[in-house]
Write a protein that binds this ligand. Structure first.
Ligand SMILES: Cc1cc2nc3c(=O)[nH]c(=O)nc-3n(C[C@H](O)[C@H](O)[C@H](O)COP(=O)(O)OP(=O)(O)OC[C@H]3O[C@@H](n4cnc5c(N)ncnc54)[C@H](O)[C@@H]3O)c2cc1C
Length: 354
């Protein structure tokens, strides 16, 4: 099967849907190709107790406010999945599932998008594939020697899977803190962070993170001093379960160990901890392998961009991967503006005959 359209959006998570909303407003013909069988992107795979770090009203995509979740100030992931499902229905977005994009190729005037269900030819492509699908594990000596179980954030679901076990959680950001808090009751927990954990003040949440990212981008764009952005505020939003565990003294962090052994880990001063499980909450990288045929890779596995547009390939936009593709673009509330800018730029390019 071969199809033709103005724009192919790759990925039907929140970033792909925000792109669809704005492409529709620009009156462009487009399709969203998503590898998942059902709506919700990465949110359908997170751990059960995950809470958003902003209230619902501050976690909305363009055009439609996220409703509050009864009884919860910070909604859970299931609530986000329901919101995204409703969003794509409400705007009647043309999302095709499950369709996995295997590669994007330059065919001269058009970009050729090869998938496991056929080929699309497009005048422009928006890549919005997220990071969840490329978990990052640091190279720590002895990682291959450990005989217990190792998993990344992406495979963690619930504390009952580890009850009574000796668990080491590695990571000092939101995932690490939330998973450590989740496990603090029922396991023998060691929480390990590279530097002492930096909790945001209890009355600060994702709204402040969004403001900080936006202020930083504005300062950099205007040639002013770097404000430090989100990192200047702290690393961990004290959502209620994290706050509770911290205040109860169950969330004490140890420094990073220097290596793993067959049965546990060892610190620089020779102290050892035995462990059954190590959970690596050590972040993600952008899932961009489908773009490798275009040969655009820059430093740190990224593709150099101006705004969302690839510097080398003006028909390609990257959306939702982090501040380098728009301030706070990897958040629900932050992806709307770069999605709008990408759709506008593409409309301009196509109108000019690109
Ligand atoms: C643990 C965690 C907690 C977070 N908490 C918050 C929060 O509280 N508030 C907030 O605003 N943000 C939060 N985020 C950040 C962000 O909102 C989410 O990561 C969100 O899922 C990103 O959406 P996305 O659309 O960019 O990517 P995804 O949700 O990952 O969607 C990408 C879609 O693209 C598909 N895809 C990937 N590759 C291909 C391919 N080759 N072909 C076709 N389809 C493909 C995937 O299957 C998926 O459906 C959190 C992130 C994490 C990891």
């Amino acid at each position: 099967m071969t199809e033709r359209t103005d724009v192919v959006v790759i990925g039907g998570g929140q970033a792909g849907l925000a792109a669809g909303y704005h492409l529709r407003r620009q009156g462009l013909d487009f399709v969203v190709l998503d590898a998942q069988a059902v709506p919700g992107g990465a949110w359908q795979h997170t751990w059960n107790s995950l809470r958003l770090f902003s209230p619902a009203a501050f976690s909305s995509l363009p055009g439609r406010l996220m409703p509050t979740q009864p009884g919860e100030e910070y909604p859970d992931a299931g609530h986000v999945v329901a919101y995204l499902s409703d969003y794509e229905k409400r705007y009647d977005l043309p999302v095709l599932r499950p369709v996995r994009v295997l590669g994007v190729h330059d065919d001269g005037r058009l970009l050729r998008v090869e998938t496991d269900s056929g080929t699309w030819h497009a005048r422009a492509v928006i890549s919005a594939t997220g990071t969840w699908w490329r978990p990052f594990l640091p190279a720590v000596p002895g990682r291959g020697d450990f005989e217990g179980r190792q998993l990344h954030t992406v495979s963690y679901r619930k504390p009952q899977d580890f009850t009574g076990g000796r668990v080491i959680v590695v990571g000092g950001c939101n995932s690490g803190a939330q998973i450590a808090a989740d496990l603090a009751h029922d396991t023998e927990l060691t929480w390990v962070t590279r530097r002492p954990p930096r909790f945001l003040a209890d009355d600060i949440d994702g709204r402040a993170l969004f403001d900080a990212a936006t202020a930083r981008r504005r300062a950099l764009d205007e040639g002013r001093t770097d404000t430090g952005g989100v990192a200047s505020l702290g690393d961990i939003v004290a959502v209620p379960p994290v706050r509770e565990a911290r205040d109860a003294g169950r969330l004490k962090a140890s420094p990073m160990f220097v290596r793993l052994h067959r049965d546990g880990v060892v610190w620089a001063d020779g102290t050892r901890a035995f462990a059954d499980v190590v959970i690596w909450c050590t972040g993600f990288r952008p899932a961009l392998s489908h773009l490798s045929p275009l040969g655009l890779r820059g430093p740190r596995g990224r593709i150099p961009t101006r705004g969302t547009r690839s510097v080398q390939e003006p028909r390609l936009h990257l959306l939702g991967y982090g501040d380098w593709t728009g301030p706070a673009s990897a958040t629900l509330i932050g992806v709307g503006r770069p999605a709008r800018d990408a759709a506008r730029e593409i409309a301009g390019l196509l109108a000019a005959g690109g």
